[in-house]
Design a protein around this ligand. Structure first.
Ligand SMILES: Cc1cn([C@H]2C[C@H](O)[C@@H](COP(=O)(O)OP(=O)(O)O[C@H]3O[C@H](C)C(=O)[C@H](O)[C@H]3O)O2)c(=O)[nH]c1=O
Length: 182
């Protein structure tokens, strides 16, 4: 297993060890002891799995407010997505900076996103699936969102045309409209 830093402190890329043989391959997608030794010590309490049918489906930018803030361990298990995390910690030197990465089943690459970040993704292939672990349970009363094209973040999404968005995401506020709760 390899853990790589990103330009944003705490946001990490993980390449699980994949053991191939003439049947295919095997990999551990989570191991508490091994990941803790690499600085990822989370007690996951919920697994999520979403499927997005159309290319250009964009979910985000989402977060849960404290005390229900969530760290996430994200991987793509079908198709291909471009996953993005935004530092939403006002005291951080990388506040509102983002990091995006392509995730797909072939690489098995994972992204560890600490709490205090916005999370979103856009699909690059049809019928793409995302599976991710969360360190706090779903709490609708703590649900938060920032508009995907917030000019103060300036994400350069790999999009051709308009994204497919939920009504919630279509109407999300800008960072200039709301204060970060972190
Ligand atoms: C997030 C969540 C949703 N739901 C229900 C609520 C809705 O009836 C339905 C769809 O929810 P939503 O439109 O918020 O789903 P996404 O747009 O995929 O939201 C997620 O997208 C980004 C990428 C994230 O990182 C978050 O986990 C989450 O915000 O699932 C649940 O029952 N439990 C949950 O944990």
């Amino acid at each position: 297993m390899q853990v790589r830093q990103t330009p944003i402190d705490g946001l990490l890329m993980i390449e699980p060890a994949r053991f191939g043989d003439d049947r295919g391959w095997f990999e551990e997608t989570w191991n508490a002891q091994r990941y803790a030794a690499a600085g990822i010590g989370c007690d996951w309490v919920q697994d999520n799995h979403s499927m997005s049918s159309a290319v250009g489906t964009l979910r985000g930018l989402h977060y849960q407010k404290p005390p229900n803030a969530q760290a996430k361990l994200v991987r793509c298990t079908r198709g291909k997505i471009w996953d993005v995390a935004v530092d939403y910690r006002p005291q951080s030197p990388t506040y509102l900076k983002y990091f995006g990465i392509e995730l797909d089943p072939q690489s098995g690459t994972q992204l560890f996103i600490p709490s205090g970040f916005l999370h979103g993704f856009v699909t690059l292939e049809p019928n793409s699936e995302l599976q991710y672990k969360c360190s706090a349970p779903y709490a609708p009363e703590s649900d938060g969102a920032i508009r995907w094209n917030d000019p103060d973040i300036g994400i350069d999404w790999p999009l051709e045309g308009d994204p497919v968005l939920s009504a919630k995401d279509e109407a999300a506020p800008l960072t200039s409209d709301v204060a970060s709760p972190f």
